[in-house]
Design a protein around this ligand. Structure first.
Ligand code: MN
Length: 322
């Protein structure tokens, strides 16, 4: 996945103190990914730019791609982040500059740690199934890990949650003693939950975490506050538990994490710490520098970086007044 807006906004985040529990309903905005695929982008939001280390959340589909090329995200670079690919339906071919060649399928978590730099492409295969539906998220890496060697790891076996009318998968982090094997660098959580009509569940929560609930399909509610399809309900910190229910049924993604303590500058597909660092990555991508090796070879189709904004990228609060 790539931020392909022609004039991507800059998101710079400054750590602030915990704000306590709150309910902020944030509708995702529609963004075109290439010419064919429309996504609902819930993070970064104008008001809430991060939830823990989660700095990017795209939901695409369900889209009938039987008469279209499907996903065409050509080779592009990343730095300073991890990408989390969680496909709900369909198939996508991931290829990267480490030599990984993976047919991504539903039920498997694919975690790409960009670290100091990686290049990847995400393309629908020629023999793709008719429906494409999935999520991609980014995690900002802390200073201790952001220059690490890049890696790509697939996790087909993840801990399952079962309850009355509820089934779920712990994608990253730990919930109720169930621990995902996925490597993380700050305390955080992601859980995919399917709620049958009328289902309710109370999940343990960590008061030091901030949480958000994104409705992928259908609707759900936290403490009676409803969140509909392609909306993110930001929940703040200071919660000992999360009381979920769904009247009509829904599939939701629960995100959590300790508020990210470092200032980041996020521009296009790069996470850095200031303007010059990000501008440097952009130049290295233009120059095809060693930081960004080829996925296939140097003649492959790539995504060109947009122009840098005319003003210097500068820090903004990770939370803004509404
Ligand atoms: Mn990407």
């Amino acid at each position: 996945m790539s931020d392909v807006e022609s004039r991507p906004d800059t998101y710079a985040c400054r750590a602030v103190g915990a704000d306590g529990p709150e309910f902020l309903l944030l509708p995702a905005r529609t963004v075109w990914l290439g010419k064919t695929t429309q996504v609902a982008r819930a993070l970064p939001d104008r008001t809430v730019r991060m939830i823990g280390a989660w700095c990017f959340l795209d939901h695409y589909g369900p889209e009938d791609v039987s008469d279209s090329p499907g996903m065409r995200v050509w080779a592009h670079p990343h730095t300073g982040l991890q990408t989390v690919t969680w496909l709900l339906e369909g198939e996508i071919d991931h290829a990267d500059s480490l030599g990984s060649r993976v047919r991504v399928r539903p039920g498997e978590l694919h975690l790409m740690t960009a670290g100091r730099g990686i290049v990847h492409s995400e393309l629908s295969p020629a023999d793709k199934p008719p429906i494409m539906h999935g999520l991609q998220l980014w995690l900002a890496l802390p200073d201790s890990a952001r220059f690490t060697e890049p890696r790509f790891v697939s996790h087909p076996d993840l801990p399952m949650i079962t309850g009355d009318g509820v089934s779920g998968i712990v994608l990253l982090g730990e919930l109720g003693g169930l621990v995902s094997p996925a490597e993380t660098h700050t305390p955080l959580l992601a859980v995919d939950l399917e709620l049958s009509p009328g289902a309710a569940i109370t999940l343990p929560a960590r008061p030091e975490f901030e949480y958000g609930l994104f409705a992928v399909t259908g609707s759900a509610a936290v403490s009676g506050v409803r969140v509909d399809h392609d909306q993110l309900l930001y929940l703040g910190t200071g919660r000992p538990e999360l009381v979920l229910h769904s009247e009509s049924g829904g599939r939701v993604l629960l995100l959590g994490g300790e508020p990210f303590a470092e200032e980041i500058v996020m521009w296009w597909n790069f996470v850095g710490r200031d303007h010059d660092e990000v501008a440097g990555y952009r130049q290295e991508w233009l120059d095809r520098a060693d930081r960004f090796p080829a996925v296939v070879d140097r003649s492959e189709r790539v995504m060109e970086a947009p122009e840098m904004p005319s003003v210097r990228l500068r820090p903004r609060p990770r939370r803004s007044p509404r």
